[in-house]
Design a protein around this ligand. Structure first.
Ligand SMILES: [Zn+2]
Length: 86
């Protein structure tokens, strides 16, 4: 007989409210999403990628890049490099 466990999603306490994350760098501030531009230097040329959205700590100012954002930045840069080469 298979026991079907029923998990009732426990509601998290309000301390885990969405969009509020402790800074991994200093452990004190909270990070919030910011929109920045990043300039990459490739073979002596500069390429600027706009509209990237890392999280920035409101205490130490450290930028935290998610894997998805880094991938997005990589892809945007790759497109710019391709355009420049064309
Ligand atoms: Zn911090």
């Amino acid at each position: 007989m298979s026991s079907q466990s029923i998990h009732i999603a426990k509601r998290r306490r309000s301390e885990a409210s969405a969009g509020e994350t402790r800074c991994p760098a200093c452990g004190q501030g909270h990070v919030e999403r910011v929109i920045v531009s990043r300039t990459y230097k490739v073979e002596g040329k500069r390429f600027r990628v706009d509209g990237l959205m890392p999280d920035r700590c409101n205490s130490c100012g450290e930028l935290t890049w998610s894997e998805a954002e880094l991938r997005r930045a990589d892809e945007a840069l790759a497109i710019k490099l391709r355009d420049a080469a064309a």
